[in-house]
Design a protein around this ligand. Structure first.
Ligand code: UFG
Length: 321
């Protein structure tokens, strides 16, 4: 297939682009490099710099069989401070991209949605039928896109798949997480272990969980990428399908930090701070539907493997400086 990967210079997008290339697809990356890195775009991919809003102009005359759409703003805290940015980049951007796809005659789309659409769940593990009650504008923007894709699938026969990621970690083919500023737990803890920051703060230890810290379901970025390939194959005209992607097992923040200490051999300086706005207490996925319908099975479910893979890439990147 000829696949357009938006956000292919980002952490997850670059791994998806790499896996597509490895399985014989042709890949074009569209990325405005506002948060992505040009050196993360895999060598075998064509690269177009620009926003998804301008896809119709930037890609005029191109031919694609499918789009994997990952370009988005994805910081929960920023979304609370600046909700308009999330409406503009995530919702309007996707609506423009879908219009461009119509113009180019592209009928398949895989979209990177998020566990954030569920907000504070009333039951875990979370299935795709759980109520969607996002607790921050980031989650609202992802839900608005999921709704937009449902409408588009029924109106214009688009074959769309929304993949609701839980917490992504790990690295693949030298491609690791590299956000500036970094807000995610695993890379922050690894940077602390490497002495790149003095320590870290745990955001709240008074949640109703086993040790008071938030529980998250971590999924290896390579397993996540594999689900995109399976979803592309499954996309069917006129249907919008939704899949949760996680391992079905939750880890508290403290458990993640212990695993980081074990893998790296470092002892972390940890302070306890107040809760972070917009953080649900527990997010654990049921990925039974993805396993059943996409024949998708995570091959790297161990948190230690995710941390080890991310650690190797961080150490190599630090050494290369
Ligand atoms: N955490 C800390 N200290 C830090 C960073 C994070 O205690 O320095 C905690 C958070 O409070 C949270 C957990 O570690 O409880 C995981 O936080 P991350 O920022 O790594 O990930 P989130 O769970 O906030 O975010 C993920 C995705 C988002 C998505 C969100 C849904 O990365 O895209 O889940 O809530 F929106």
């Amino acid at each position: 297939m000829r696949v357009l990967v938006t956000g292919g210079a980002g952490y997850i997008g670059s791994v998806v682009a790499t896996r597509l290339l490895e399985s014989g697809d042709e890949v074009t990356v569209l990325d405005d490099l506002s948060t992505g890195h040009l050196d993360a775009v895999p060598g075998g991919a064509a690269f177009v710099r620009g926003r998804v809003h301008d896809a119709a102009t930037l890609l005029a005359g191109s031919r694609f069989d499918a789009v994997v759409h990952l370009a988005a703003s994805s910081l929960v805290a920023e979304s609370i401070a600046n909700p308009a940015k999330y409406e503009e980049n995530n919702v309007l951007g996707t609506s423009r991209l879908v219009a461009a796809m119509r113009g180019l005659g592209v009928g398949r789309l895989v979209f990177s949605s998020s566990a954030a659409v569920y907000g504070e769940p009333s039951e875990v593990p979370i299935t795709e039928d759980a109520a969607t009650r996002p607790v921050n504008p980031y989650g609202e923007s992802k839900l608005a896109v999921d709704d937009l894709l449902s409408a588009e699938a029924s109106e214009s026969c688009l074959g769309a798949v929304s993949l609701r990621y839980f917490n992504v970690a790990g690295a693949y083919a030298g491609l690791g997480e590299r956000h500036e500023p970094e807000s995610h737990l695993v890379p922050i803890a690894l940077e602390a272990a490497l002495g790149m920051r003095p320590g870290l703060t745990v955001y709240g230890d008074d949640y109703p969980t086993s040790d008071g810290t938030c529980v998250r379901d971590y999924i290896h970025v390579a397993d996540l990428a594999e689900a995109h390939l399976a979803a592309l194959a499954r996309a069917e005209r006129g249907c919008h399908r939704i899949y949760n992607l996680g391992n079905g097992r939750g880890f508290t923040v403290r458990e993640v930090l212990s695993a980081v200490e074990e893998v790296t051999g470092a002892s972390l300086e940890v302070a306890i701070g107040p809760r972070r706005a917009g953080d649900p207490a527990v997010l654990v996925a049921s990925s039974a539907r993805a396993e059943r319908e996409l024949a998708w099975v995570p091959t790297r479910p161990a948190i230690a493997v995710m941390i080890e893979d991310a650690w190797q890439v961080l150490v190599a990147r630090r050494g290369a400086r």
